[in-house]
Design a protein around this ligand. Structure first.
Ligand code: M6R
Length: 601
């Protein structure tokens, strides 16, 4: 969840490089930040050494980086920084990372939660280590300090790392040894190989401007990163690990805003092009996966948040098109539902990041039962990607905005093709996907795009928004509601239209905005009946449909694309959520209380 960026190399403005890296990682969500740098030899005399800035220069602040700068930093070729998402200890500058040891020669940043920190803290206090923060992280730096008195910092870090429990990523900066030492268990870390300079980040997007040669650290791997190179080794045995570098397919342009005011809008608009490339890819892998699903004795999809709604949509698609029952579960609930798994079962894990802890835990449990795991994942090299038996990369490119958009429709496109591959006519799937792309383009341009913008402004003061749908439009309603909730903070609820009378109808009163998803399919009559019921209670009916119906007070046209209509429907909902947030003056890219990757349970 927190952002990490580290630099060791030939430049003399390491703190600036780190600040830029942290800015790229802002989307992950944070409430404070900090940077530490080791002054270059030549600049040491210029520093007015305040307390604790003897060998490591540190700046820590609460709030967003905004227009902050590091102009007061000395020249440096070794620096690292962190954007903190508070867990242990409140949001204060003291609790922000990096944390120093008692000597001021070692600094540490950390992602994750140290489970046994209390017991370690007590022991370290007895040894006279001075604690200044309320964080669990500070325990780790003092433990490393304790072990570093008579050995290299990498050895000390290894010993400490193996004693600390929990899912963590650590980066240690050693000023005397002029290097960074990193260790990972659970929390993502990637190293980048440059020319005379090397990088560390919690997300490869931050490294892209410098290099595309990377290695994603595996669990229980450590690395020493300096200007001379990167040495990876096993954190348990200490043995060197021979690394096969991975080449990132992403381009630096994919992670800059360009002409758009927000990443979310950029990513919404990227969808037609992404879907076109999915429609055009070689279908051999989809056919192979289709065969695996056919021969498994029970297939279960798992995912969290938006990915879980893709799972639900997948269960409808597999049923309607492939005539197969494919179950689904929330990643966080799957642990309580998997007693039926056997070595003939298949678990399909859906994830944008490939680092979502609840999804990974579900996969680990499935593996304990010897089930086969297939991942539909956006980040190649992520933990989910590496741990799965079979993978399909979604191909949506880097998704920066916290609200997932293009990864969702990318997942839907693959699930559609998989269902058609199972039915034996994948080309039919490609054809309707092309129709969905055409329809999506229409939604994103005037007049529909402008209509959605106007509607967004008119809904900015709403207290509740209800979205109803049946069949495939039900997961669409849930996903649209999630988008509205997470970026505009308006209470929104996706409802299976048939459930209205079983409770939610009580909430509808004069003027309540009700979005009715009414595509050209077998749900139309029943869903329109639901719209009537809402209208009769004063609801303001917004129709998302291929044609106007008289019950609609406002009509957003969604050109029909058979089972793929869910794609343009959701795109219209994403755009509406975006417009509401902007009309409310909110930053849709960085919603409060949320982080992009949820790497803790
Ligand atoms: O990276 P993942 O797809 O595994 O993430 C799953 C959810 O955390 C994610 O979809 C979340 O719900 C988004 N904020 C939704 O926009």
């Amino acid at each position: 969840m927190c952002g990490i960026f580290g630099y060791a190399g030939k430049r003399k403005d390491a703190a600036k490089v780190v600040l830029k890296g942290l800015k790229t990682l802002e989307y992950r969500g944070y409430d404070s930040w900090g940077i530490a740098a080791v002054p270059a030899e030549s600049s040491k005399t210029q520093i007015s050494n305040p307390k604790n800035q003897k060998t490591i220069f540190i700046k820590k602040q609460i709030g967003k980086i905004g227009s902050a700068n590091v102009d007061d930093f000395p020249q440096s070729s070794l620096a690292f920084g962190h954007t903190r998402w508070a867990t242990h200890g409140g949001v204060t500058a003291v609790n922000a990372h990096p944390h120093l040891d008692c000597t001021g020669n070692l600094a540490l940043i950390h992602n994750g939660i140290i489970e046994n920190y209390e017991e370690k803290r007590k022991a370290l206090k007895k040894l006279k280590h001075r604690f200044v923060s309320d964080t669990d992280t500070e325990v780790a730096i003092h433990l490393i300090e304790e072990y570093a008195t008579n050995q290299l910092s990498s050895k000390a870090m290894q010993k400490a790392f193996n004693e600390l429990t929990g899912l963590n990523a650590f980066i240690l900066l050693s000023s005397p040894e002029k290097k960074l030492v990193i260790a990972r268990n659970g929390s993502p870390l990637v190293v980048g190989y440059g020319d005379g300079e090397n990088f560390i980040a919690s997300d490869p997007a931050a490294i892209l401007p410098y290099t595309r040669q990377v290695h994603f650290l595996q669990d229980n791997e450590m690395a020493i990163v300096s200007d001379k190179g990167i040495m990876v080794f096993d954190a348990v045995t200490g043995d060197l690990v021979e690394v096969e570098k991975q080449h990132l397919d992403y381009t630096p342009e994919q992670v800059v805003l360009g002409k758009y005011p927000h990443y979310m809008l950029k990513e919404i608009h990227e969808q037609p092009a992404i879907l076109s490339s999915i429609a055009a890819i070689d279908t051999t892998p989809a056919k192979k996966i289709a065969d695996i699903i056919k021969t498994s004795r029970g297939t279960y999809m798992v995912g969290c948040g938006t990915a879980s709604y893709a799972c639900l949509a997948g269960s409808y698609l597999f049923s309607m098109i492939a005539k197969r029952h494919v179950n689904w579960a929330l990643g966080s609930e799957f642990s309580y539902q998997l007693d039926f798994l056997t070595d003939t079962s298949l678990v399909i894990a859906l994830s944008q990041s490939g680092e979502t802890m609840d999804t990974l835990v579900a996969v680990h449990k499935a593996k304990e039962k010897n089930a086969r795991v297939f991942a539909l994942v956006n980040v190649e090299g992520s933990q989910l990607y590496r741990e799965s038996d079979d993978t399909l990369v979604i191909g949506a490119g880097p998704e920066i905005a916290v609200a997932s958009t293009k990864a969702f429709t990318g997942k839907l496109a693959h699930l559609l093709l998989l269902s058609y591959a199972m039915a034996g006519d994948v080309s039919d799937g490609q054809k309707i996907l092309l129709r969905a792309i055409k329809s999506s383009k229409k939604i994103l341009s005037p007049p529909t795009g402008s209509k959605i913008q106007k509607l967004g402004s008119s809904l900015k003061d709403a207290e509740h928004i209800f979205i109803i749908g049946r069949g495939l439009s039900y997961p669409a309603s849930l996903e649209i509601a999630l988008k509205i909730k997470e970026i505009s903070y308006i209470h929104a609820e996706g409802i299976a239209a048939g459930e209205l009378k079983h409770g939610p109808l009580a909430m509808v009163e004069k003027g309540t905005p009700c979005i009715v998803i009414a595509p050209n399919d077998n749900t139309i009559d029943a869903v329109l009946a639901g719209a009537m019921e809402m209208k009769a209670r004063g609801g303001y009916i917004i129709g998302f449909s291929n044609k106007h119906h008289e019950v609609f007070d406002t009509f957003i046209p969604i050109p029909d694309s058979a089972e793929a209509s869910i794609i343009p429907t959701v795109i219209a909902g994403q755009l509406l959520a975006y417009e509401i947030a902007v009309a409310k003056g909110l930053d849709p890219d960085k919603p409060r209380n949320l982080a992009k990757s949820v790497t803790v349970k």
